[in-house]
Design a protein around this ligand. Structure first.
Ligand SMILES: [Zn+2]
Length: 84
């Protein structure tokens, strides 16, 4: 790999993260205290790592599921395949 990031356009490397609003500190649902900020920071660190490894990270929050998120998930997947 010569130390280069993977950029093979035929490879689909999409990570879909489904996040519980409470457990991942969803700001839209008002989880903004220190404990939740820590969770968000931890996720951000992990996602930055995945992106460095050449993955696309897409996230779906629990509250989006409650408002037709399943549809959003399918369209995100389709989008990911098209991009690949
Ligand atoms: Zn939420």
């Amino acid at each position: 790999m010569n130390g280069r990031k993977r950029s093979d356009p035929t490879t689909i490397d999409t990570v879909i993260e489904v996040k519980g609003c409470y457990w991942h500190g969803c700001s839209q649902c008002g989880y903004n205290d220190e404990w939740h900020l820590e969770k968000r920071q931890r996720d951000a660190t992990r996602e930055a790592y995945l992106q460095e490894e050449g993955y696309q990270v897409k996230e779906i929050w629990e509250h989006e599921f409650e408002h037709g998120g399943a549809v959003a998930l399918v369209s995100m997947l389709a989008e990911g395949f098209q991009e690949g």
